[in-house]
Design a protein around this ligand. Structure first.
Ligand SMILES: [Zn+2]
Ligand SMILES: [Zn+2]
Length: 394
């Protein structure tokens, strides 16, 4: 068979497999979408009712009341439409019935009438608004991409550990305010005495593109070394191993990060942001870019981004970092720019080849959020399997 024919055959086979995975027309996808939207609607109603405690001042400044009121109305209506679609298409009516009950509850609780109001200042609040909107947006972008262009075609959305990853996603969003304050502390403590006004004014006077590049580059260099330190020290590796413990790479997998890892890595990345004092616009674009890009590089998608993969990290690049084969440990620490790995000798991107599997093979890492939270404090997960020299160079 000619190479061209083989290629066409392979594309056709992938297309067939994708369609089997999609299961379009069975009413399952519409059922899941309906339940997902109705749960988000119910949570959004809680935000409208208790904004002091469930929304964050920083994030409230990003959206207007009118937009979120309309979004809520749209979500409830869309949920109804998908629930009806699922009811008509599916033999199993449980998805549509659950969604219809949740939708009705959202309307009874005032989903179509809620209105934003002025919010009293309180010391601490949960970032439920941030959780709802980011979860909605990330699911909207990445679930269709993963369904249409999956890398691992056997992996389903509801793999055995998706709930664990969702809990990580929820916790990191709900406690965004506390994480934010804590991760700023080290930079403020070490560099708060310096007069940085001249430097900050110079940085803010740079063209936007250059300022953004500088923000991404400097944070990535700091993040690179924080990440590498977590890999090369036994005690710290216990915490970062949580992030590597998933065998199911997807859009939620990147959220699986121990809070010690979050605190240390984000604190390091915040140092250049604090010293340079980037403009608000640059900082906001930087945050949005990092939030979407971090999800992308963990996603279960075979999209390879052509020549761009040499300029910016892609799913293939970061999946190699998660490779379960010890031969490839200690590669691709950079989060945004591959050339940082290149400079420091840890770059690995073999053409269009992907790792055979991801995760940790050295040990049966504990499953579940609470166990993973406590485990690194109690034990070295690799003690019995690896000798010390191997442990210190993952
Ligand atoms: Zn790592
Ligand atoms: Zn990762």
């Amino acid at each position: 068979m000619s190479t061209r024919l083989k290629c066409i055959f392979s594309l056709y086979r992938t297309h067939i497999m994708t369609r089997q995975r999609l299961k379009v027309g069975e009413g399952k996808i519409s059922g899941y979408v309906a339940i997902f939207l109705s749960i988000l609607s119910l949570l959004a109603i809680l935000c409208f009712k208790f904004p002091e405690y469930l929304t964050t001042p920083d994030f409230r400044a990003v959206y207007t009341e009118e937009i979120v009121e309309k979004l809520l109305m749209f979500a409830i209506l869309a949920s109804f439409v998908f629930a009806l679609l699922s009811f008509l298409l599916s033999n199993n009516k449980k998805y549509s019935v659950i969604a219809l009950i949740l939708c009705t509850l959202a309307i009874v609780l005032g989903g179509f009438e809620v209105q934003g109001r002025s919010v009293e200042k309180v010391s601490w609040s949960l970032g439920l608004d941030w959780l709802i909107l980011d979860l909605f947006l990330m699911a909207l972008i990445f679930v269709p991409i993963e369904l249409a262009f999956p890398k691992n075609t056997k992996q389903t959305k509801f793999h055995p550990e998706w709930r664990t990853d969702l809990i990580y996603f929820a916790i990191s969003h709900l406690f965004i305010q506390i994480f934010g304050v804590l991760t700023k502390r080290p930079a403020e403590a070490f560099f708060g005495w310096m007069d940085l006004r001249t430097l900050n004014e110079w940085v803010q006077g740079l063209p936007f593109v250059l300022e953004l590049f500088l923000a991404l580059l400097l944070t990535d260099v700091f993040q690179y070394w924080a990440h590498r330190i977590f890999h090369s020290h036994n005690y710290l590796w216990r915490f970062h191993a949580v992030h590597h413990s998933t065998q199911n790479m997807d859009w939620l997998a990147g959220s699986r990060t121990h809070f010690v890892d979050i605190f240390f890595t984000r604190s390091m990345s915040f140092v250049p942001l604090y010293i340079m004092g980037f403009s608000t616009l640059t900082f906001n674009v930087y945050v949005v870019f990092i939030a979407i890009h971090a999800v992308l590089i963990h996603a279960n998608t075979r999209i390879n981004f052509g020549f761009l993969k040499y300029l910016i990290t892609t799913p293939q690049y970061h999946h190699w970092h998660h490779c379960q084969d010890p031969t490839y440990y200690g590669k691709n620490f950079a989060v945004v720019f591959p050339f940082i790995d290149y400079i420091f000798g840890t770059y690995y991107l073999p053409g269009n080849t992907w790792p055979e599997g991801t995760g940790l093979t050295e040990t049966a890492f504990p499953k579940g959020f609470m166990r993973q939270l406590v485990y690194p404090f109690k034990a070295n997960p690799f003690k019995s399997k690896l000798d010390p020299s191997e442990q210190s160079d993952r």
